[in-house]
Design a protein around this ligand. Structure first.
Ligand code: DGT
Ligand code: CA
Ligand code: CA
Length: 571
């Protein structure tokens, strides 16, 4: 499918036109078209072939022609010309958080800045502060943005890699001479970002398997092709490595290539202490080199005197010691979750009605669904006034009367104002089934003030959950300045559950803070922060993060029977 490729070109055209200073309506048309194509569930090539581009919403005649040229020839004359008007690196400046086209144009025209390195230097030298619309604070923010970008660049968010990996795996499974296959690497461990995708297979026909592997339609380029390892680059820029091993080594190789590297280093030293040698081919006797086990991961762990360690735990954060003593927690399973608390509907900035959300929740098999729309002062997200919220409660009551097999809970994601007060009165808050609180404005307070602000919110007797507790956006925004220890302690004292926000660019709390919260006796709640029913499946990434934080079923409110949840929330 060329959909993403076509959308990316359209986005770039819009960016370039913006830098050029074109009128808003023109650049917006390209963005709307790009978004439409990005979200299609049909192949754009088929649409072009069947002459149906004109029927796509938001795609006018001029852009239709360009899409056709792009799909049919793989190139676009107009784009190539436009691109030549600017230096190569200029577009990369737009990926720096907080830097828009107007600022990029000004940096280019006034200071001749054409790439990230030049920009960094200009910020450090204090050259930006004299430009119109810039200042010392902008310089500092840009430097922070560059740092964030570099920390995550070359890595993709978990949900992107997860989709790529699963689709590729489904394709490979159709090769009938494959014996075993699994995702490995950081994706199997469900890390929040993924560098490259690792797939492991065993087959007696490695050459044929590799031939089949590189024929996958989404492959852009083959980077390396061998009998045991082949690497390709997908059209979306993600690299995928396939390794093929023999049956007797499959478990040892899966253990090795799942990592993490730190986990492996520790495993190997334990093996040596016990008189073995461990590598990707198997577990061997140190003295005689005799093969002992290696067909399955379980064999390898058990033979070293450990219980099996789930991939999400393999970060060398104490899991090996715990496995040696048979003291690993039994972590939450992907099907333990009975519902979602954090869903936005058309009442605020969500794109689906409560009824549509409920239908989808039923299809997933949930026994409850919590609707949490924004509160009144959050105007850009169409936050609800108190009067509207009362109407929403009535609508949910009606929906509940019609549905016996699922319980709809009416909640809110109530803003914590800068002074620590909440955006709704207690009279309204007490009518709701549950109350999330969260920060949505004035992110840049100092640590003491921000910590105090959040704790003030938690002290309100009607508050149940703290949404996305640190506010980080992966690759785009650092956490707020907060004292997370104090917040965790306050959560315990005020009986507030901390959220694991499952939206892929949040995953907030993260694995390390989750583990810490659990050790301090705090319970957690999962929410997807869905703004559309297509986001409900993000729950999996929240559960993965809970698993990486060593949580057991009992630590997560969403796993409880709905009757018990209602009792807990009433307290
Ligand atoms: P990524 O791709 O950066 O998200 O992270 P991983 O963990 O997938 O790392 P990757 O793709 O470089 O390697 C896959 C696995 O192979 C890794 O998790 C552990 C294993 N591995 C790679 N290099 C080494 C190494 O130098 N020593 C050991 N013991 N294992 C390694
Ligand atoms: Ca990898
Ligand atoms: Ca790799």
């Amino acid at each position: 499918m060329k959909n993403q490729f076509v959308a990316d070109v359209l986005y770039k055209i819009a960016d370039l036109l913006d830098i050029k200073g074109e009128i808003y309506f023109k650049t917006r048309a390209y963005r709307v078209a790009a978004q439409t194509i990005e979200n299609l569930d049909e192949d754009i090539e088929i649409i072009v072939r069947e002459n149906r581009i004109g029927s796509l919403p938001g795609v006018g005649e001029g852009i239709s022609k360009k899409i056709r040229e792009l799909v049919e020839t793989g190139k676009l004359e107009y784009f190539e010309r436009l691109r030549k008007e600017f230096p190569e690196g200029l577009l990369s400046l737009l990926s720096i958080p907080g830097l828009g086209p107007r600022k990029v144009a000004s940096l280019y025209k006034n200071l001749g800045i054409t790439n990230i390195d030049e920009l960094r230097k200009a910020c450090i030298d204090g050259k930006l502060r004299d430009l119109d619309g810039f200042g010392e604070i902008t310089e500092r923010n840009i430097l922070r943005g560059i740092h964030l970008l570099e920390k995550t660049s070359g890595r993709v968010l978990l949900n992107v890699a997860y989709l790529d990996g699963n689709n590729y795996q489904e394709y490979l499974k159709k090769f009938d001479r494959i014996d075993k296959i699994s995702i490995a690497g950081s994706l199997r461990r469900m890390r929040e970002t993924i560098g490259d995708l690792d797939i492991l297979a065993s087959s007696d026909y490695p050459d044929e398997l590799m031939d089949y592997f590189v024929k996958y339609p989404d492959v852009q380029r083959v980077l390396l092709k061998g009998r045991t390892k082949t690497s390709v680059l997908l059209k979306d820029g993600v690299q995928v490595d396939l390794r093929v091993v023999g049956k007797e080594s499959y478990g040892a190789a899966l253990q090795y290539f799942t990592g993490s590297k730190e986990h492996n280093v520790h495993m190997r030293s334990i093996a040596i202490k016990k008189g073995f040698k461990l590598n990707e081919y198997g577990l061997f006797d140190k003295k005689t080199d005799k093969y002992i086990v290696g067909r399955t991961e379980e064999e390898v762990y058990n033979r070293l005197g450990m219980s099996y360690i789930e991939p999400e735990l393999r970060e060398n954060r104490g899991e090996i010691e715990a496995a040696l003593e048979n003291k690993l927690p039994r972590i939450i399973e992907y099907d333990d979750v009975k519902g979602d608390f954090h869903v936005h509907s058309t009442w605020s900035d969500g794109s689906d009605t409560i009824e549509t959300i409920v239908d989808n929740a039923k299809k997933i098999g949930y026994s409850f669904i919590g609707i949490a729309d924004h509160s009144q002062s959050l105007k850009i997200a169409r936050g609800l006034s108190e009067e509207k919220l009362i109407k929403k409660i009535a609508e949910i009551e009606r929906i509940n009367k019609k549905n016996n097999d699922i319980r709809v809970l009416c909640g809110t994601e109530c803003d914590i104002k800068p002074d620590g007060s909440l955006d709704y009165s207690k009279n309204v808050l007490k009518k709701l089934d549950f109350v999330y609180i969260g920060i949505h404005s004035k992110f840049k307070m100092n640590k003491k003030e921000m910590t105090r602000r959040i704790i003030s919110g938690m002290e309100n007797e009607y508050v149940d959950f703290l949404a996305h507790p640190t506010g980080r956006l992966i690759g785009r925004r650092d956490p707020y300045e907060i004292d997370i220890e104090q917040i965790i302690d306050a959560a315990r004292e005020t009986n507030t559950l901390l959220e694991i926000n499952a939206f892929p660019d949040r995953l907030d709390l993260n694995d390390i803070n989750i583990k810490f919260a659990k050790e301090r006796g705090v319970k957690l709640v999962l929410g997807t922060d869905a703004h559309s029913i297509s986001h409900l499946h993000f729950m999996r990434f929240g559960i993965a993060t809970a698993r990486r934080g060593w949580l057991e079923k009992k630590d997560v409110l969403n796993t409880y029977p709905i009757k018990e949840i209602e009792k807990i929330l009433q307290k």
